[in-house]
Design a protein around this ligand. Sequence first.
Ligand code: YXS
Length: 259
Amino acid sequence: MSLVRVDIDGLLATLTMTNQPKRNALSEAMINEVLAGLDEALAAKVRCVILRAEPGVKIWSSGHDIQELPKSHRDPLGWSDPLRVVIRAIEEFPAPIIALIEGGVWGGACEVALACDIIVATPDSTFAITPAKLGVPYNVTGLLTFMNAASLHTVKEMAFTARPIDAERALLVGLINHLRQADEITAFCVEMARGIEKLAPLAIAVMKEELRVLASAHSITPRMFERVQGMRRKVYDSTDYEEGVKAFKEKRPPVFLGE
Ligand code: YXS
């Protein structure tokens, strides 16, 4: 069964995540289909992509597939982790990607949505940064995605409380571009895409890459990076990390002991 439907209509590609039984959890298989969809869109020389779930869903995506997180003693968000790969693919795709959001967006899926270029959401959408719920030491470039999408205080509140924020608050803090009702959001996003199609694709592609380079331009010395990586290792080696993943699998609240 395919996990992502790809529809190419002229210069617009729509990628629809279709694994509602697992709440569109970002498994390696799901991510590989998103990557294949982006490759198909690139080959078709599309000028805009819409990334969405099926209309009317309650959950856009429940984030990284927790069943695929390493049990312990291995970075859960290393360079080649599928979530990291798809974030980079979205950021480097040479045309705008519109995230059409309905329902809850959780954890790594929140980063996927925010890595897109334009975010349009329905009023029932929510956005949650969830590492603290699982004991996951989020990675530096992942946190930078969030920092580029909202103020530091907003990111800290979302990360330290792990509580979802609603679409109205997300619009207020600049996390999303537009709020649209469920019965008009698709037409709104398609209309925006059709407008982008009429503009100069080379100019847009180079501005997208310039903005990516500028947004990622933060000085961090090798010593600082190694120090942070060492701190992260203590977390993914911790019993708290193991407890977070285990509690989810056992469908119970985690008990974190800070060790
Ligand atoms: O019991 P079955 O086999 O039907 O499977 C259930 C869930 O286990 C499964 N599922 C997931 N499987 C793997 N990874 C997930 N992230 C995930 N989410 C859900 O899907 C089936 C239906 O789920 P259920 O019964 O809970 O649905 P619901 O409608 O009652 O609740 C939907 C959610 C999204 C509120 C609930 O599933 C949930 O809280 N999921 C986890 C959300 C979350 O914490 N995501 C963060 C994943 S870790 C991540 O993204 C990063 C590493 S980090 O944490 O650092 O941000």
